[in-house]
Design a protein around this ligand. Structure first.
Ligand SMILES: Cc1ncc(COP(=O)(O)O)c(C=O)c1O
Length: 410
């Protein structure tokens, strides 16, 4: 027997991190299951955004680079993220977007393996990871090779300079074994780069224990930093003196305010900076991260597993007859904080669900994706969402011209 709505209420009543939901502003009548794409707004972020504009900028003006801690913000906020990924506080900096940071890391890491010509990736990785690798290899006269996830380790050879992977697959939620892949890469002399966009803030991660060389990731998904929040870069301490940032802007300079004619990289992680940080969005991310100071990632992960297990059990019981199949790993240990279901009418079904206030998303060709963010999603939300999917199917609510027509942005 799968849990009833009452069972779900009890699970929520006993949830040790249930109180964190009150720190977010969620619209009435909406079940928000898309925080793996854009995290929800917290009260702290709204308050900080207002303070940054009205006080720090409007009143403080240029003095705020020092007085409001703007200049140090990329490193200070990086240290907050470092705690979440098992890095030292001076191994992470917040800057640019994930795409740009990946570009910088791939070019820099290729130079550290100059006698090798291959970047190895996974066939089903998020497009920007592949596109950036394609651009980098085109400009550097190297090559980008993609293989299915199961073939990765067997494909690493002495020509592979970098293995570049997303830790949690955006489509299925499958978690790669960081330590195992890093060990295989290092055994052949290759470097490992992780995109942690779908991991940080949702999973327990230990980049240093897992021997990661480099990592990048998004600030606007599970970290709730707001639309287009800046991204972060991790460089393991032992690589910080060797890696060169190809985008040699003045914020990565050893002494930006000397205005010296020639570039000299900053010591340490600061060399991964490029230009002036986007302070409005960086301040928002800074405030968004404070919630993680009050919760252990172990508790976040435990709730995440409880939510995804519930979703899978309810989907098995109520949605299989409607033609859905589970596209995420069945084993909780291999699944990130999302559940993906495959259905040939997935696009229209998701549009019909969104019209009813259950917001997930669709990923071509046939995946409906539900991000279950432990900080603000409840078990009862999962119950109601699966019931809504069942109703949409029973009523064929998806089968209208409005929902069947694909729009360019979903
Ligand atoms: C794995 C992964 N990497 C990167 C990005 C986005 O990169 P950017 O912030 O540069 O647009 C996404 C966005 O969904 C993603 O899923």
């Amino acid at each position: 027997m799968t849990p009833t709505r009452d069972d779900c209420r009890k699970l929520d009543a006993n949830d040790p991190i249930a109180h964190l939901r009150d720190r977010f502003v969620l619209p009435q009548g909406v079940i928000y299951l898309d925080g793996n794409s854009l995290g929800a707004a917290s009260k702290a972020v709204i308050q900080r955004a207002r303070q940054t504009v009205e006080n720090d900028w409007a009143q403080g003006l240029i003095r705020s680079w020092n007085d409001a801690g703007w200049y140090d913000a990329p490193r200070r906020v990086g240290a907050k993220i470092a705690r979440l990924i098992g890095a030292a506080s001076d191994e992470v900096v917040v800057t640019d977007s994930t795409s740009v940071d990946l570009f910088k890391i791939l070019v820099g890491a290729l130079k550290m393996r100059a006698n090798r010509t291959t970047i190895l990736g996974e066939a089903d990785d998020f497009p920007t990871d592949a596109y950036i690798a394609q651009g980098v290899t085109e400009f550097t006269g190297t090559r980008f090779k993609r293989v299915p996830a199961d073939d990765l380790i067997g494909t690493i050879d002495e020509d592979v300079a970098i293995v570049s992977l997303t830790h949690v697959n955006y489509r299925t939620g499958l978690i790669h074994d960081m330590a195992r892949i890093a060990a295989a890469a290092h055994a052949k002399g290759a470097l490992i780069v992780w995109d942690l966009s779908h991991s940080t803030g949702a999973l327990e991660i230990a980049v240093n224990l897992a021997q990661a060389d480099f990592a990048v990731g998004c600030g606007y998904k599970y970290l709730n930093g707001g639309p287009g929040a800046p991204a972060y870069v991790f460089v393991a301490k032992h690589h910080q003196a060797a890696i060169q940032n190809p985008l040699t802007g003045w914020f990565g300079h050893a002494a930006p305010f000397d205005f010296a004619p020639d570039f000299a990289p900053a010591d340490g992680i600061g060399r991964m900076l490029t230009g002036t940080p986007p302070m409005l969005s960086l301040a928002a991310l800074d405030a968004a991260l404070d919630i993680f100071a009050d919760v252990e990632m172990k508790a976040v992960r435990a709730k995440s597993i409880s939510l995804t297990e519930l979703f899978v059990a309810l989907a098995d019981e109520h949605l299989t007859a409607h033609g859905f199949t589970l596209a995420s790993p069945r084993e909780a240990a291999l699944r990130g904080s999302q559940v993906s279901l495959a259905h040939s009418q997935g696009y229209a079904i998701m549009q019909a669900l969104i019209a009813r206030g259950v917001i997930g998303d669709f990923r071509a060709p046939d995946i409906v994706r539900f991000g279950l963010v432990p900080l603000y999603v409840r078990h009862v939300d999962v119950f109601d969402a699966v019931r809504a999917i069942g109703e949409v199917m029973a009523e064929r609510a998806w089968d209208t011209a409005e929902f069947l027509a694909r729009k360019p942005v979903t």
